[in-house]
Write a protein that binds this ligand. Structure first.
Ligand code: APR
Length: 175
């Protein structure tokens, strides 16, 4: 089964999918943008599990490029997958770390048994990544991972874009 890529303009907290990906920060303790919206609408159960992760395997926080799952709380999903994008840098190429966010989240979703996953445009907000390049990395990474046959593939990858500029960037990246 090939993974279908779907683009929609909307609010990621209103998606009905198996896994919703959060554009988190390393603290896993919330923030603004997607992070704020997910915790606001998802409720305290998500933060409670994030705190448990910080008290356990992630004492120093979640490194950029990595992904971890919690309950989705009151969201219409089974899991929230928290991933930490790289902050944009004009003098250091952090493409590999941004690609890792998508790859690790996809791989974790497949391992959990998720068949549909919703991604925001990671790092393209507060973290300042130019949307066109962020869209290109997102689409190219999803198209090339996970390695077929290693894990059951996710059926649908849904990119949920918050504005028309982002939607157009992803449409161009999909081609
Ligand atoms: N649904 C979908 N997309 C959204 C939503 C939403 N509810 N809210 C914002 N976005 C879009 C933004 O317009 C941007 O294109 O998600 C993209 C990522 O923006 P941010 O949420 O700012 O995430 P990021 O750039 O990765 O920065 C992460 O911001 O909120 C803090 O705690 C977070 O420190 C972390 C940092």
């Amino acid at each position: 089964m090939m993974t279908e890529i779907v683009l929609i303009r909307g609010d990621i907290t209103r998606q009905s999918v198996d896994a919703i990906v959060n554009a988190a920060n390393s603290s896993l303790l919330g923030g603004g943008g997607v992070d704020g919206a997910i915790h606001r609408r998802g409720g305290p159960a998500i933060l409670a599990e994030c705190r448990a992760l910080r008290a356990g395997d992630y004492r120093d926080g979640l490194p950029a490029g990595r992904a971890v799952a919690t309950t989705a709380g009151d969201l219409d999903a089974r899991w929230v997958i928290h991933t930490v994008g790289p902050v944009w840098s004009s003098h250091e190429d952090r493409t590999a770390t941004l690609a890792s966010c998508y790859r690790e989240s996809l791989y974790l979703a497949a391992q959990l048994g998720a068949t549909t996953i919703a991604f925001p445009a990671i790092s393209t907000g507060v973290y300042g990544w130019p949307i066109d390049d962020g869209a290109r990395i997102a689409v190219n990474t999803v198209r090339t991972s996970p390695i077929p046959g290693r894990v059951p593939e996710v059926d649908e990858v849904r990119f949920v874009l918050f504005d028309d500029v982002a939607l157009r960037s992803f449409e161009a990246a999909v081609g």
